[in-house]
Design a protein around this ligand. Structure first.
Ligand code: NAD
Length: 476
């Protein structure tokens, strides 16, 4: 398929200009060029967002909801064609890419409705007073989104910010720009006024510094790694701007002693290698009760060996390439460090071929806790299997790291499930499945995994401020 021409979108106009190459991770071939926004163009985007905000915030929530819902519908209708560009630029299997777009559409559709429910409250008062609390849009937002889910990650931010009444300057990933362009086109075609959403690409550091410092930008929202999140939060703190941060995880999955080891291993292996493990809530540390460890590990290894790795356009492919060369190098480093320290590779552990960023689905056991992969989010197809003897030990290991995004338990023992869900510090806890959040549920982490929530009835709060209004009513 042909890769579309990538353009900036500023003040309702698409702008084509020179920039940097975009690479197909399955072939390492250059498939396109992503424009590099200049500083004056960033200023134009901010000015457009300021003008767009004045229009958008005064439109009724119902009218805003209509436009956002139209965009969600267009995204759903175009899912198959958008999936093609995502697979080409990001690598994930075509069916997964289509699911990503459909999920993005659902998240946006939820926000379209939720925007009509941003109720305030009336405070009972003395007869001579009216007192109320109202929720108002915070203002133009700078949003930064990653390459792991090019359309749904950006869609979730646009849906939340727009439904709250904010305008946006979106800097999507330069490595997967077409998915973001297709998303923004849906909003344009849905009737969004010019300037309400602007899309830029370029040098991430330059853009984030410039946008965060711009006085008109009132909030920063970012999805990506913990180190970059901390860096951006410091820049925002220097100008007293709030942030919504959706950062990384190193999720534990606790397989309790009552679990069926084969069924648990089957479920776990299929969850681990989704999007080649490049998912923020991907289960990484499988803590397995000592009594079932061997059976679980054997089945997990068998299931992992059977995964078909290949080009995402091949219908037989279950796992595509990693999205970029950095991930490939990171996997090699994680595995090398683990092996040098006594860890065992039960299956995988190596790059596949020498063209395309393919890496074997990998299972490691006996990895010492000081190894990097036991402490840093692998964001790739690495599963770490560990034993535990009792629940307090599992809870201690689950809580050991500074991440707190997601955790899982596989058990039908309701007491064990309750103990684990209350004692493990995360924002997302799932029992007997590895599903992500749904549009109705809030998503986000605790500790260094993030600040604020996206989705659910909490999802618009980050994009709003509250104002207390009290009025003394003049006596007749
Ligand atoms: P990275 O830490 O350099 O970048 C992470 C993301 O932040 C990328 O999208 C990048 O374009 C962006 N970024 C980097 N510097 C930035 C800056 N100064 N201003 C604004 N944006 C900036 O690493 P990477 O190699 O792209 O990704 C690897 C790590 O990122 C993974 O190990 C994983 O931990 C994390 N990640 C997390 C998510 C998530 O959904 N939470 C998504 C993608 C990547």
């Amino acid at each position: 398929m042909d890769y579309p021409s990538i353009r900036l979108f500023i003040d309702g106009k698409w702008i084509e200009q020179a920039g940097d190459p975009v690479v197909d991770p399955a072939t390492e071939e250059v498939i396109g060029e992503v424009p590099r926004a200049t500083l004056p163009q960033l200023d134009e985007a901010v000015a457009a967002a300021e003008r767009g905000f004045r229009i958008w915030r005064t439109m009724s929530p119902a009218k805003r909801g209509d436009i956002i819902r139209n965009a969600a519908n267009l995204l759903r209708q175009r899912a198959r064609e958008i999936a093609q560009v995502i697979t080409l630029e990001q690598g994930k299997p075509l069916a997964d890419a289509e699911n990503e777009v459909l999920r993005g559409s659902e998240l946006i559709a939820w926000d379209a409705e939720e925007g009509r429910r941003t109720f305030g409250r009336v405070i009972p008062s003395e007869p001579a007073f009216h007192q109320m609390v109202v929720r108002e849009p915070i203002g133009p937002v700078a949003a930064f989104t990653p390459w792991s889910a090019p359309t749904s990650s950006a869609g979730r931010k646009l849906g939340g910010a727009l439904a709250a009444g904010c305008s946006v300057v979106l800097k999507a990933s330069e490595e997967t720009p077409a998915g973001a362009c297709a998303l923004v086109k849906c909003f344009e075609d849905a009737g969004l006024p010019a300037g309400v959403v602007n899309l830029v690409f370029g040098n991430p550091d330059e853009i984030s510094r410039h946008l965060i410092a711009a006085p008109a930008i009132r909030l920063l929202t970012f999805t990506g790694s913990v180190p970059v999140g901390i860096h951006l939060a410091k820049l925002a703190a220097a100008v007293m701007k709030p942030t919504v941060m959706e950062l990384g995880g190193h999720s534990p999955a606790i397989v309790c002693k009552d679990a069926d080891p084969k069924a648990a291993a089957k479920l776990s292996a299929s969850a681990k290698f989704r999007n080649a493990g490049q998912v923020c809530i991907s289960p990484t540390r499988f803590l397995v009760h000592d009594s079932l460890f061997d059976d679980f590990a054997d089945e997990f290894v068998a299931r992992t060996s059977a995964i078909k790795v290949g080009n995402g356009f091949d219908p037989a492919t279950q796992m595509g390439p990693l999205a970029n060369g950095r991930r490939l190098a990171a996997m090699e480093e994680f595995v090398g460090d683990a092996v040098r320290n006594g860890g065992k590779v039960r299956v995988g552990g190596e790059r596949i071929g020498n063209r395309g960023y393919f890496f074997q689905p990998t299972v490691l056991t006996d990895v010492p806790k000081h190894c990097s992969v036991m402490n840093v989010e692998p964001f790739g197809p690495l599963a770490l299997l560990m034993r535990f003897h009792d629940l307090p030990e599992a809870v201690e290991e689950a809580n050991r790291l500074s991440y707190g995004l997601a955790a899982y338990a596989l058990t039908n023992d309701s007491s064990a499930a309750a103990q684990l869900s209350s004692q493990i510090g995360v924002g997302h806890f799932a029992v007997n499945h590895f599903g992500g959040g749904i549009p109705e549920s809030p998503f986000g982490g605790v500790k260094q995994s993030g600040l604020g929530r996206e989705g659910g009835s909490e999802g618009l709060e980050g994009y709003q401020t509250v104002k207390y209004i009290s009025q003394h009513i003049a006596r007749p």
